[in-house]
Design a protein around this ligand. Sequence first.
Ligand code: G6Q
Length: 539
Amino acid sequence: MLPNTRPEWAALQKHYEATKGAHLRDLFAADSARGTRLTAEAVGIYLDYSKNRITDETLKLLFALAEASDLKGRTAAMFGGEKINITEGRAVLHTALRAPRGATVTVDGKNVVPEVHAVLDAMGAFADRVRSGEWTGHTGKPIKNVVNIGIGGSDLGPVMANEALRNYAQRNLNFRFLSNVDGTDFAETVRDLDPAETLFIVCSKTFTTQETMTNAESARQWSLATLKDTSSVAKHFVAVSTNAAEVTKFGIDTANMFGFWDWVGGRYSMDSAVGLSTMLALGSEQFAELLSGFRAMDEHFRTAPLAQNLPAIMGLLSVWYGSFYGAETVAVLPYDQYLKRFPAYLQQLTMESNGKRVTLGGDAVTYQTGSVYWGEPGTNGQHSFYQLIHQGTKLIPCDFIAFCKSLNPVGRHHDLLMANVFAQAEALAFGKTAEQCRAEKVPEPLVPHKTFPGNRPSNVLLVDKLTPFALGSLVALYEHIVFTQGVIWNIGSFDQWGVELGKALASKIVPELESASAPDLKHDTSTNALITRYRAGKK
Ligand code: G6Q
């Protein structure tokens, strides 16, 4: 059903019309406890959502919508292994990837937890051998460089985690990530590496993705050009995949293949074998801490009442802005340099999941769904795009993410960094009035330019310290925000037909670019002309 036909949605629409003019300045002035009351805390994350354009009534109505949408029931269905990815007929069980040893999660009558832990154990044992230098390359040298070859869900999580947890990584291992089919990515990734010291992880669920297989083949040729012997492939290439036949065909020993399952979506897979590079960097104990962060947030989301439930609150607030205020984007602004790839990671998680235009039943939606997620770490963003958030014409809800303790305490740096987070959220909410400008003797012609309207919403997430546990809990927080949004919008968050289309379209054109004789082009006139021009230009 279309959620905007629910009475709870209509009540929110009416409430929006009645309250859209309210200013955060007045909401704070009317309630001296607002800044501590509209907060929630769980799994080491303190969420201050008081600077949102909401009242207690808004929350009540949003929770009523969540209940009418059966958020609890749908959550239980996901955790219980029901095939909620209906267009692919699959269960959605990334939560089983962090289930404790001994737990039971059943898919098609089979408990999958023992297999999950068998793969984790194999990853851990392999990581120990590489990290200790026991695993050597073909010439007997220990591995110094690890290159993860993968794209999309087989790249963005590992890249983000590698940056985010660099402080905890074994520093004598050098990690690189090769994703783009652009030969430049390949050339620049390997240019200063010694094949005898380089291990490639070919990370592809299907082992058929064009970009990844092209890069893997070039890596194999590059490696063999120095090592000469095809038996060296087994020492320098391992695979993360569900496709044993293709892995064997490539020359990788299936003893060095780390598997996962069709109930793990690519963008939800960084804590599966796709995280092998993370395991190599962190070792099995710290990887286990990452998983416990995920698990703690899973348990919180599954069990906490809506009014204390971080993912539910944040998911509902994004629905409030997206579907009622018409806000088109959400800015994610981590004030931690280690999280510099976190917004890029979230772009896939959020936009591939909820960039959908029909309901689960196939009806075209008549309301806004998935928002554009974007962002950069603070304070850098303040010196570029924050201007538009403060004084532009668009409403851009922001998520600030910050840590009480720095992993690199240097002089005054951390206090300065944190002062900026608090100041930005404050300025966005309260702005600066014309009267305040005049009191500061701003010349009259400049008053409109120096006035800040405020009333720009934000969440502040405050965490003690960026640890593997904290990262796991933050990623799971956003996974469940996405799930909450998808349930309210009644869309399928776990397929990605748009990505599949891209894969199919390009493979049709490849032979037309590579054929020696002029191909018979049957595209539109624009595509035909571009192909013809490229064929002439590349000679
Ligand atoms: C993720 C998507 C997509 C996928 C890549 C790589 O949810 O399905 O980003 O992860 O296309 O696919 P392979 O792992 O099969 O190479």
